[in-house]
Ligand binder design. Structure first.
Ligand SMILES: Cc1cc2nc3c(=O)[nH]c(=O)nc-3n(C[C@H](O)[C@H](O)[C@H](O)COP(=O)(O)OP(=O)(O)OC[C@H]3O[C@@H](n4cnc5c(N)ncnc54)[C@H](O)[C@@H]3O)c2cc1C
Length: 495
């Protein structure tokens, strides 16, 4: 009976796929390169502080609800809805804007600099909403067997949305708003996809609708890693074995199928079916050595920005800083244009700050604060040397200190820096690119690396590097789509 599945990796896509498969009667085993589960949704515990290393908030909670119904488990963690979504601060004039889901409150922030803001924003969001609902089920949440099936699906989308395909996020915002700040702030959604608004297709303005209208933003009670801990306790209940510090490096084939994969210690891992959560393009290159994913071809693909992430433990409270914050400068266009190519001046960085302990007090000792700073950087193709990481981190901390009026250096009792090199080495992310492949039109839908292998009939892929794309809800959807592929071929082992 074809019922043994080996899952390679333990990112969110893998964990949710494991439970969906277990519920269908498959016998699942997992191997993971890192010493603990979660992939990018991971955690560092150090010097009495706890940090979520990557994701800090997410949308589309109903995808998690669909997953627990499908896996027939109880929700193993609790969402916390964010009322005030985030703050945006400008370096030069110190202007601060609070982004609220409530449109009246939001309008109060912007009416002065953008007359008629409420009506303009309402139109912008209505348009994004119409597009979202026209594509969510028809395009986003489905598998494609061929380019033809993708184009056929696209043909069902009302033609009025077609201009969104050739405009960018920025040019779409220019159609509605005049104020520089308004356009910059509502184009930040492109950075959530690891790109800039000047090269992200306008279809992604639908993210403004998902954040401001539809499901909003949420985090998790007790920290984001509770998602992984909760899923792991379910995985344990199902007797799914997980083997850590195990990196798959090669494979053996037989009759058009993979017979087994081999780890770095030459141990062979056998199964009937293999589900790869490692980056779907990089795995095809590194392990399968596939010419269509050669080094040259990978280099030519569009990858997302790489993270420089800083985790600080402070022996003080930061009472005047909000939970989620974006710190911007006054050269947005120029900065965005240079950021991929390592031409930016690090003394004037743009970055995101999360006061972790504000939403999860257990992440820092009494009277202390745990702080996460994330600065988008060029990947290792453009900046291979990170020996200057401490200097760059110092510049960011100095800039932040000035802007929040607290000399952070005096209060740092714990500091960890993860460079793109660390992200690459820890999770096998291509050149340290944080959000996998970019979301330009030639790398989404049927053009994204497929969730089934081109050569080996028993190999499938799950996670943000395959369909439908990056982010936590997308990883959950990817597990639905990958499991659909597997059950189409191998059926339900039992109901
Ligand atoms: C800094 C940062 C901030 C983010 N913020 C957010 C956010 O706020 N909201 C949001 O929704 N999303 C966010 N994301 C994106 C989100 O983290 C990812 O989209 C999601 O977690 C990816 O899940 P995945 O299933 O693709 O697996 P991954 O997290 O990529 O995990 C893959 C796993 O496979 C393992 N692996 C790789 N190769 C091998 C191998 N050969 N053998 C064995 N194991 C292997 C890796 O070690 C890893 O554990 C962020 C990402 C980063 C980096």
């Amino acid at each position: 009976m074809n019922n043994r599945v080996l899952i390679i990796g333990t990112g969110l896509g893998a964990l949710t796929a494991a439970l969906r498969l277990a519920r269908r009667g498959y016998k699942v085993q997992m191997v993971e390169k890192h010493h603990q589960p979660g992939g990018r949704l991971n955690q560092i515990k150090k010097d009495g502080f706890t940090f979520d290393i990557g994701p800090t908030f997410f949308s589309m909670t109903y995808e998690f609800e669909e997953f627990i119904r499908d896996a027939q488990i109880k929700m193993p963690f609790k969402f916390k809805t964010l009322d005030s979504l985030y703050e945006v601060n400008y370096r030069e004039n110190g202007k601060n804007f609070s982004i609220h889901k409530d449109l009246d409150k939001l309008a109060k922030e912007f009416e002065r600099i953008e007359p008629g803001f409420k009506e303009k924003m309402q139109r912008f969001l209505d348009n994004g909403g119409r597009f979202f609902h026209d594509v969510e089920n028809k395009i986003l949440k489905r598998n494609y067997n061929s380019l033809w099936s993708y184009f056929m699906a696209m043909a069902t989308v009302p033609p009025k949305h077609a201009p969104l395909l050739y405009r960018t996020v920025w040019s779409e915002l220019e159609r509605y708003f005049d104020s520089r700040e308004v356009k910059e702030i509502f184009s930040l959604v492109a950075f959530f996809l690891g790109n800039t608004p000047f090269d992200t297709p306008a279809i992604y303005t639908l993210l403004s609708y998902t954040e401001l209208v539809h499901d909003g933003y949420h985090n998790v009670e007790g920290g984001m890693y509770k998602i992984v801990e909760g899923l792991m306790s379910e995985i344990k209940k199902k007797n799914i074995e997980v083997h850590y510090n195990t990196e798959i490096v090669s494979y053996q084939k037989e009759n058009g199928k993979v017979k087994s994969f081999t780890d770095q210690h030459d141990k062979e891992w056998n199964a009937d079916i293999f589900l790869v959560n490692s980056d779907a393009a990089l795995f095809r290159h590194k392990v399968f050595k596939r010419p269509s994913f050669s080094e040259k071809k990978l280099e030519k693909m569009k990858w997302t920005l790489a993270p420089l992430s800083i985790y600080l433990g402070l022996n003080t409270k930061l009472n005047n800083v909000s939970l989620h914050n974006y710190f911007l400068g006054d050269n947005f266009k120029e900065y965005a244009g240079q950021i991929f190519k390592n031409a930016i001046k690090f003394e004037k960085p743009y970055y995101y700050v999360n006061v972790v302990s504000q939403s999860n007090p257990s992440s820092a000792p009494e009277g202390h604060e745990s702080l996460f700073i994330l600065c988008p950087m060029p990947d290792m193709r453009f900046k291979p040397d990170w020996s200057d990481k401490q200097k760059i981190a110092n510049d960011i901390v100095t800039d932040l200190s000035k802007r929040i009026n607290v000399d952070l250096r005096k209060h740092i009792v714990s500091e960890t820096i993860m460079t793109p090199e660390d992200w690459e080495n820890t999770f096998n992310l291509y050149k340290g690119s944080g959000l996998s492949l970019g979301h330009n039109l030639s790398q989404i839908g049927a053009f994204r690396p497929k969730n089934f292998d081109e050569k080996h009939k028993n190999v499938f892929y799950v996670g943000s590097s395959t369909l439908p794309g990056t982010g936590l809800p997308m990883a959950v959807i990817s597990s639905k789509l990958a499991v659909e592929r597997i059950t189409e071929k191998y059926g339900f082992i039992h109901q």
